[in-house]
Design a protein around this ligand. Structure first.
Ligand SMILES: [Zn+2]
Length: 205
């Protein structure tokens, strides 16, 4: 998986923790659900086969169930009484890309708090084979934030990884990454992707 360009933005969260948004542009598309499944997982891994990863996912990559919690911030954020991050997700036996994939390059982006809004993002495989208990509530794959198993085991931190399969997704990430903010501490474009190319992408989306 060769990365030809990347964009990142680092900012401070409310409690002072640094928080990175990164977009990696791949030379070769992730063309099929099988390829996507090699990069992004959205399931609670088997505790016997992946004991370390299982513990990290349960600790760091679960969206706290909000369907029976009227005070949940994610419900209040969009003002519609539904989760603005679209949890709980549907259980799926196979990964599927929803909507047209209309760009020459499929991007992978690593973020920690962007929402997955449906069109242009895959619906990841969530087979519901393993569950866990969190704060007395049974959790299944519907509440798992998508992740890359290698990154998660390496850094033991909340790292949301998504495959962006539509230019609308790229536009969002480019615009977000380029937006000026007093909380941003670092922002960079790798030279292979210059501002002219970004502008072109933004205008074509
Ligand atoms: Zn929620």
């Amino acid at each position: 998986m060769q990365v030809v360009a990347h964009v990142y933005r680092i900012e401070w969260q409310a409690r002072g923790m640094p928080h990175a948004h990164c977009l990696f542009i791949l030379r070769n598309k992730l063309m099929s659900p099988r390829h996507i499944d090699q990069v992004v997982w959205a399931e609670i891994p088997c505790p016997r086969k992946y004991p370390v990863l299982h513990a990290i996912v349960c600790k760091r990559m679960i969206h706290d169930p909000c369907d029976n919690n009227a005070d949940a911030l994610c419900l209040q954020k969009n003002g519609k009484g539904t989760c603005y991050r679209h949890f709980p997700k549907r259980l799926n036996n196979e990964t599927a890309i929803i909507g047209a994939c209309s760009h020459d390059v499929v991007h992978v982006f690593v973020i920690s708090s962007l929402l997955n809004s449906g069109d242009g993002y895959p619906e990841y495989r969530r087979r519901g084979r393993t569950s866990s208990v969190r704060n007395g509530t049974v959790i299944d794959d519907r509440w798992v934030v998508p992740y890359n198993p290698f990154l998660l085991e390496t850094f033991d931190a909340h790292i949301n990884v998504e495959v962006a399969a539509h230019k609308r997704c790229f536009k969002y990430v480019y615009a977000y990454t380029a937006a000026l903010s007093s909380s941003v501490i670092s922002c960079a474009f790798r030279p292979t992707l210059n501002f002219l190319q970004v502008q072109t992408l933004l205008q074509s989306a």
